[in-house]
Structure formats: structure tokens, C-alpha cells
Design a binder for this molecule. Structure first.
Ligand code: NI
Length: 188
């Protein structure tokens, strides 16, 4: 496994719709290596999600960690790691919920982003088996953020009001409630 460089805003891979993964080559070393590298790169960067275009690979796959921010770390045995190839999402609620996000490709910035509270995710796992899951809350937010990366969309595009945009230090100092965990990771 290897940590790959994360590309930043301005790199064309972040603004190009990714192509579908060829499921005929799902067992190829190259693709399996990419998946392992995405996990390692995400964890090294303290992210909770990472899409292939963020390491310059314009293919439809992303990884995420199912961290529950409401559960103290001591109760968890490390995050559950997931990958999906050729994903599709269907919102399960019309309600949009705003919460803070950051992006590993837009370092040091945070903003309030409206997202669907729940969704159905379908796609394929790393062995090419079909998967379908219902997600809600923080995990649904992560998946919507990563799914956007496959379509050349970043969280800034989703913000309704750019006035909530803040640098991380200032966000911690001025914009979080006292009960918010300062170590809450950037999204990815
Ligand atoms: Ni991102």
C-alpha cells in the first residue's frame, strides 16, 4: 500500500466527470492497489472519505469511514472502512440538513453545506458484487460529498451562503458551539 498525493482545487481531475470502472477488471492488481491506497491516503490525511479523482484517477469509486461522531472513540474499535464502485444515490428525504464540511482537496477551509438527511446508495464492492445500503446522518453526508467528487462538484458549489466559509482555526475559535468536538475530522 502507498499514500498517494491528494490533488487540490485547480487540478482538472476535480472538475471532470469520472468514467465508470470497468467491472471486468475488478480483480486486477492495479484496481485493488488503488482501493488500498485510497484507504491508506484517507487515514494518513485524517479524512473520513476520499474519492479517486482526489488522487488524480478519474474513475467512479470512493472510500469512506463510517465514523459515528456521537460515539466516543473509546467505544469504537476503529472506523468501519467502505468502498463503492460505480455508485448511484437516491435521496430518501426531501429535507436538507446543513452542517459543516471540509475537503482534503480544499485544505483548511470549512463551510455549511445542505445535504439530504438520508439516501439509498447502490453500486459494487471491491469484488464486483452488487451492494445497496440505506444511510443517514453523518455517513449520508460523507457519501454525498464523495459522490459529488465523481461528478466534478466540490462542497463550495453546494454552499447556499458563502458567508459561513471559514479557515479551520477561525472556525474552531469563533464558529463552533462549546459542545462541538474540535477534533471532528474534515470530510474528505
Ligand atoms: Ni472532498
Amino acid at each position: 500500500m502507498a499514500v498517494r498525493p491528494i490533488v487540490r482545487l485547480g487540478h482538472p481531475a476535480l472538475r471532470t466527470p469520472a468514467r465508470a470502472v470497468d467491472l471486468e477488471r475488478v480483480d486486477d492488481t492495479e484496481l485493488q492497489q488503488l482501493i488500498d491506497d485510497l484507504f491508506e491516503t484517507m487515514q494518513e490525511a485524517d479524512g473520513v472519505g476520499l474519492a479517486a479523482p482526489q488522487v488524480g484517477v478519474e474513475e467512479q469509486l470512493f472510500v469512506w469511514a463510517a465514523i459515528d461522531p456521537d460515539r466516543p472513540p473509546a467505544e469504537t474499535e476503529g472506523p468501519e472502512l467502505h468502498v463503492v464502485l460505480n455508485p448511484g444515490i437516491e435521496p430518501q428525504s426531501r429535507d436538507l440538513v446543513s452542517d459543516w464540511e471540509g475537503c482534503l482537496s480544499i485544505p483548511d477551509l470549512r463551510g455549511l453545506v445542505p445535504r439530504h438527511a438520508a439516501l439509498r446508495l447502490h453500486g459494487f464492492d471491491r469484488h464486483g458484487e452488487r451492494i445497496e445500503r440505506t444511510l443517514e446522518g453523518y455517513e449520508a453526508r460523507i457519501v454525498q460529498h464523495e459522490f459529488d467528487h465523481l461528478n466534478g462538484i466540490v462542497f463550495l458549489d453546494r454552499m447556499r451562503d458563502l458567508r459561513s466559509l471559514a479557515f479551520s482555526d477561525e472556525w474552531r475559535r469563533y464558529m463552533t458551539a462549546d459542545d462541538v468536538d474540535d477534533d471532528e475530522p474534515a470530510v474528505g
